[in-house]
Ligand binder design. Structure first.
Ligand code: ZN
Length: 339
């Protein structure tokens, strides 16, 4: 009887939570559906990542400093309630001086991962529902990732981006509006504006400077922009392994793509999108499969925070200010004339 009553109570609480959750999702999704569709459409229309050019015009001067062995690190496992968690096997600190490039699809100079080591990366967030679901899956496995946030999305959902940072993940940037920086339509100034406005927007959302880690939208590497990022001491991230999650029909397809490529390549920086629903759905099982496959997560973090440019910080705040609505009382503006 007591058990039956407990079960009933649990069911009622669960049903209430599910109802509350779906209401939240529906209303949030509705509010930002247009933006979601715009970005999704841009991604769908874009060509998949091009094969690497082996001679990217970037001189890599950055270096990776391996930290002390995991055992000597300040107890990240302390708070982990899951004894079988994937965890973090190694933390690497990146000196971003000169803008080093990572990910063998485009940058072949820095090979720092050992066999079976992976780096988890997520682009295009923060986004309601999907980003929190990815965060929960990572937390359940006590593991850490790098997030490349779109500036606009950061200004829509700063509270979600703050959750990403609070969970200890690395937050890098991914332009202001996810523009293809290799487009002939963009002048050098507009390319710079996309990068810097994105940086300032992520800083604005976080309330603190992001990591000097950047990923080009659609992995479209503009040589002039690469040189510019070098002067800004911002590391560039391509990937070793593209999940193509943005065009996956379901979660299982993402898991299969990632595991098949990993089993073939043996290691790598994995590109995924916390913006995508199927990715969020895939994450718990994908992380379990990584663990079962003997893969280990390496967490990348910068040696120093990004230095955003003051002029862009200031311009962004001006841009985000809502127009002044005036001070007339409502009843002098809106009057009921028929009821
Ligand atoms: Zn993207």
């Amino acid at each position: 009887m007591r058990n039956a009553l407990s079960l009933m109570l649990v069911s009622i609480v669960a049903a209430t939570l599910i109802a509350a959750g779906s209401w939240f999702w529906t209303s949030s999704a509705g509010r930002h559906a247009a933006a979601a569709q715009a970005v999704a459409a841009a991604q769908a229309a874009s060509a998949p990542a091009k094969p690497a050019s082996p001679r990217d015009p970037i001189e890599v001067t950055g270096s990776i400093t391996e930290k002390t062995p995991a055992a000597a690190l300040p107890q990240p496992k302390q708070a982990c309630a899951n004894p079988d968690a994937l965890g973090v096997s190694r933390v690497v600190e990146i000196d971003t001086t000169g803008g080093p490039g990572f990910g063998f699809e485009h940058f072949k100079q820095i090979d720092f991962l050992a066999d079976k080591e992976v780096v988890l990366t997520f682009d295009d967030g923060p986004w309601p529902g999907n980003t929190p679901a990815v965060l929960k899956a990572l937390a359940d496995e006590c593991t850490k990732a790098v997030f490349f946030s779109i500036g606009k999305h950061a200004t829509y959902h700063p509270e979600i981006l703050k959750l990403v940072a609070a969970a200890g993940h690395t937050v890098g940037t991914h332009t202001w509006s996810h523009a293809n920086l290799n487009s002939k339509k963009l002048t050098e100034q507009l390319v710079k504006d996309e990068i810097e406005k994105g940086n300032s927007a992520v800083k604005f959302a976080l309330g603190t400077a992001p990591s000097p880690f950047f990923r080009f939208p659609e992995l479209q590497h503009n040589p002039a922009a690469m040189a510019y990022l070098g002067t800004r001491n911002i590391a560039m991230f391509s990937c070793d392994l593209d999940s193509f999650d943005f065009r996956a029909k379901n979660a299982e397809q993402i898991i299969t793509t990632v595991m098949t490529k990993l089993d073939k390549q043996g290691k790598g920086i994995i590109l995924m999108h916390d913006f995508q629903k199927h990715t969020a759905e895939a994450m718990p099982e994908l992380l379990r499969r990584l663990k079962a496959g003997g893969y280990k997560v390496v967490f990348m973090k910068p040696k120093a925070p990004m230095q955003t440019l003051a002029e862009y910080d200031e311009a962004l705040i001006k841009d985000l200010k809502l127009p002044v609505a005036g001070t007339r009382p409502v009843n002098t503006i809106v009057q009921t004339v028929s009821q």
